[in-house]
Write a protein that binds this ligand. Structure first.
Ligand SMILES: [Zn+2]
Length: 110
């Protein structure tokens, strides 16, 4: 998917955004299929090399036949996502959903 604005945020800190976002909000900027698939990707632990490039960016790589690079960042209180996958579905792709869920989990653990 090409770079896309997901939503607005009150904090310029990606950790705060990820920590506070609800499943319902994630559903709102993804779509039925990408949300379900993203949850599965997250449960199967399919992404690696998650990086918190503080304060405004998270990145991860999905290893596979072709590596897929996924990024969520905040700029001027807008949340942008980009992904090297080729989906043309509306809203955030499954990789973005999985990245956000994974980042949320990492923050919860630390
Ligand atoms: Zn993707």
């Amino acid at each position: 998917m090409e770079q896309d604005i997901l939503t607005k945020t009150k904090s310029p800190d990606i950790k705060v955004f990820v920590e506070e976002i609800t499943d319902q909000e994630i559903r709102e900027f993804s779509n039925f299929f990408s949300y379900q698939a993203g949850v599965e990707f997250f449960k199967m632990n399919m992404l690696s090399e998650i990086q918190f490039l503080e304060p405004e960016t998270i990145k991860a790589v999905f290893k596979g036949f072709l590596d897929i690079e996924t990024e969520v960042c905040i700029e001027n209180l807008h949340v942008f996502a980009k992904c090297t996958c080729t989906t043309e579905e509306k809203g955030a792709c499954k990789h973005i959903v999985a990245l956000i869920l994974h980042a949320k989990e990492e923050i919860r653990k630390n």
